[in-house]
Design a protein around this ligand. Structure first.
Ligand code: NAD
Length: 275
């Protein structure tokens, strides 16, 4: 499908025939990594894009790149854990584009990595606040704008907390990621009546900028248990995956090609967690 998308996108070609032609997609954490790659991929598939992220010139660059394709794009500066800002941004986006069809609840941080006895309640709250509360607020505020026409919601969870539990020091992160899968399943059932599908994706190690939002502490060493396989290795790729590979899955779940898929988690980890 990619070559066809590349060909049709050249010089802001019409979107006719593209899988997301005429649709609007909202992406959180759109300035970097998986969010950035997915925003670009969804735009190349014909969608106009609402980019939500903390204020950062990286998101403005994504906005420019999408406009360069001939699609519409608008950057909204939000903290996904802030209900007031999220409610205002999503309403403004829905009004600006006139519709909301796809929502990618993706913004997240690794947060502070520490043994449970050393992890502060403030660090716990920060990670759960951005990853889990942020997902809830993204979905909650999108529903009023999606329920008439239906659509697709994709949540970025992780292998951590679902199929992997050896991310030492990541108890807050893993809890938030497990919570996202449960939330996606609850939402899938609840929103089926509006023809809104909800799925979670669970990436393994992906090469992004998430290290910038990772605060490791020395104390993690005291809880580490040796794991035999080299860190980050994946049987399929022998290294981390790329954001663009995750974006392919996001496009599939966003499009009608996945019209009977809802309420499920999908692993995208090169079999990393089957070792
Ligand atoms: P990234 O750091 O490259 O991108 C994350 C984006 O989210 C950044 O642009 C950041 O500014 C934004 N963000 C952070 N906190 C925010 C907040 N409070 N409000 C709004 N935006 C905020 O990281 P990434 O790896 O692309 O992460 C995207 C998602 O993928 C996260 O939910 C992460 O947990 C998940 N994930 C990543 C990996 C990996 O190996 N990189 C693996 C599994 C899951």
């Amino acid at each position: 499908m990619d070559q066809r998308l590349d060909d049709m996108e050249q010089g802001g070609m019409p979107t006719e025939g593209l899988p997301l032609a005429g649709k609007t997609a909202l992406v959180t954490g759109a300035g970097s990594g998986i969010g950035r790659a997915s925003a670009l991929k969804l735009a190349r598939a014909g969608a106009n894009i609402c980019l939500l992220d903390l204020i950062d010139e990286r998101t403005e660059d994504v906005e420019k790149e999408i406009r360069g394709m001939g699609r519409e794009a608008e950057f909204y500066d939000v903290d996904v854990s802030d209900q007031g800002r999220m409610e205002r941004a999503i309403r403004a986006a829905a009004e600006r584009f006139g519709r909301l069809d796809v929502v990618f609840a993706n913004a997240g941080i690794n947060g502070t990595l520490a043994p449970i006895e050393d992890l502060t309640p403030e660090s716990w709250d920060e990670t759960l606040g951005i990853n889990l509360r942020g997902t809830f607020l993204t979905v909650k505020n999108a529903i009023p704008h999606m329920k008439e026409k239906g659509g697709s919601i994709v949540v970025t969870s992780s292998i951590n907390g679902n199929r992997k539990f050896s991310g030492f020091g990541m108890s807050a992160y893993s809890s938030s990621k497990a919570g996202q899968v449960a939330f996606a399943k609850m939402a899938a059932l609840e929103l089926a009546r509006y023809r809104i599908r909800v799925n979670a994706i669970c990436p393994g190690a992906i090469e992004t900028n998430i290290g910038e939002n990772t605060k490791s502490t020395k104390a993690v060493d005291k809880i580490r248990i040796p794991v035999e396989y080299p860190e980050g290795a994946q049987p399929l790729e022998h290294g981390p995956g790329q954001p663009e590979q995750v974006a392919d899955l996001v496009l599939f779940l966003a499009s009608d090609q996945s019209s009977h898929i809802t309420g499920t988690e999908i692993y995208i980890d090169g079999a990393e967690t089957l070792l």
